[in-house]
Ligand binder design. Structure first.
Ligand code: KIV
Length: 272
C-alpha cells in the first residue's frame, strides 16, 4: 500500500468523517497507470475512474459511449498502479438505468476490478438503484447538477439550477441521496451559492466541480489539471502544467534525432 509521508490512504468512513472539517477533500480522475501513479504521489484523498474517460482518453464528444467493460478495464489499471487508494469507479450510462439487478451486477464488476465505491448520476429517480447497490455493501457516491450522461436531455453541457425553484429541487434531491446512504455527493456545474446551501444542508461531504469554493472537497479531471487535454480548459478548471506542449516538444526532439541519425547512440544499442 502506498503512503504519503506517514498518511495512510483514506477509507470511506474516513471521508464521511471529514464533512465540514478544516481541510477540503481532494479527488482527481485517473484512468491508467501513469495518471494513477501521479494521483497517488500527490496524496489525493480519492481517485475517480470517471466516465470522462470517453472524452479525455477515448476522444468522444460526450461520455455516452463508455461501457462497463471500459470502466472495469481502466479501474483495474488504476488499482494495480495505485494500490490501497480509495478508488471510486463511475457507473457508465445504461449500467444502472435498466433495473436494480443490472445495477448491482455492474457495481460488483467494478468492485471486482478494484473499485472501493461507485458513483452514479441523478437524483430521486435513482434512489431504488442506490439502495440496492448499498444493500450489496458497495459504497455509493451521488452526482447532481450538470450530469453529463443527461447531455441530450439537458440540451448540452449547461450550468444547472440557476433558478430558485431548480435550486430548491436540487437541494431536495441532495437531501434524499444523503438520506438514502450516499457517502458523498459530486455537485457539478451549479452556482456557488446553490452548492453552498446544499453543503450546509446535508451531513455528507460534497465534491464540487464548477460549483464554487464552499463544497467540502473539489474534484477535477486529471487532463485539465496537467494540461494534457488539448487547448480548451473549462472555465472552472485550473491548469498547473502544459503536458501537451512538453510531450509535443519531447517527440519533436526525438524525431529530429532519428532523422539526423543521432538516435540511437551506442549506449542505447545492445551489443552481441
Ligand atoms: O467522469 C468524471 O470525470 C466525473 C467528474 C467530472 C466528477 O464524473
Amino acid at each position: 500500500m502506498s503512503t504519503i509521508g506517514n498518511r495512510l490512504p483514506a477509507r470511506v468512513p474516513g471521508i464521511r468523517a471529514r464533512k465540514g472539517g478544516p481541510q477540503p477533500l481532494v479527488m482527481v480522475t485517473a484512468y491508467d497507470a501513469p495518471s494513477a501513479r501521479a494521483a497517488a504521489a500527490a496524496g489525493v484523498d480519492l481517485v475517480l475512474v470517471g466516465d470522462s474517460l470517453g472524452m479525455v482518453v477515448l476522444g468522444f464528444d460526450d461520455t455516452l459511449a463508455v461501457t462497463v467493460d471500459d470502466i472495469a478495464r481502466h479501474t483495474g489499471a488504476v488499482a494495480r498502479s495505485a494500490p490501497g487508494q480509495l478508488i471510486v469507479a463511475d457507473m457508465p450510462w445504461t449500467s444502472y438505468h435498466t433495473g436494480t439487478s443490472d445495477a448491482v451486477h455492474n457495481a460488483a464488476r467494478l468492485v471486482r476490478a478494484g473499485a472501493t465505491a461507485v458513483k452514479l448520476e441523478g437524483g430521486a429517480k435513482r434512489l431504488p438503484v442506490i439502495r440496492a447497490i448499498l444493500d450489496a455493501e458497495v459504497p455509493v457516491m451521488g452526482h447532481l447538477g450538470l450530469t453529463p450522461q443527461s447531455v441530450h436531455a439537458m440540451g448540452g453541457f449547461r450550468v444547472q439550477a440557476r433558478q430558485p425553484d431548480q435550486a430548491k429541487s436540487l437541494l431536495e434531491e441532495a437531501i434524499a441521496l444523503a438520506d438514502a446512504g450516499c457517502f458523498a455527493i459530486v455537485l457539478e456545474g451549479v452556482p456557488g451559492t446553490v452548492a453552498a446551501d446544499i453543503t450546509q444542508a446535508i451531513p455528507v461531504p460534497t465534491f464540487g466541480i464548477g460549483a464554487g469554493p464552499a463544497c467540502d472537497g473539489q474534484v477535477l479531471v486529471f487532463h485539465d489539471v496537467v494540461g494534457f487535454g488539448g487547448p480548451r480548459t473549462p472555465r472552472f478548471a485550473r491548469r498547473y502544467a502544459q503536458l501537451d506542449d512538453i510531450a509535443a516538444s519531447a517527440l519533436t526532439s526525438w524525431a529530429d534525432d532519428v532523422r539526423g541519425r543521432r538516435f540511437p547512440s551506442p549506449t542505447e544499442t545492445y551489443s552481441a
